[in-house]
Write a protein that binds this ligand. Sequence first.
Ligand code: CO
Length: 150
Amino acid sequence: MTFIITLLALVMVNPFTPANNELSSRDKVEIVIESNDQMKFNMSEIRVKEGDTIVLTLKHVGKLPKAAMGHNWVLLTKDTEMGPFAQKAVQARDNEYIPADGEGTIVYTDLIGGGEETTIEFEAPAKGEYVFICSFPGHYALMNGKFIVE
Ligand code: CO
């Protein structure tokens, strides 16, 4: 999947394809969000523009291992409710707490432990307000924020 997205991104930024002029002028936005051993993200709100290519890096600046204090960054679809989603996610231990087929999500990172980081690249969804969480058991109540597409 990542490979396909990368290929699409390459096609979209190809300056030699006249039909893609509009797409190639779009910005690539880098976002770095930190998470820690206190079960917190360092951002409660992220703002981007529709159609932006987002390069998002999640850093775990703590020391605790993944099994005890794992963090991921999960962007939920607009019609996904945080609480019920998180309850489903708890049961998906074998899939790093992501429900099967990523149901209810737009995109998500790997689950990481202290000292690790992980990066994903994706296209910003349609204008609107979305919610991001960490889906590790018990974390979403403290680890959530708004992802606003303008
Ligand atoms: Co977490």
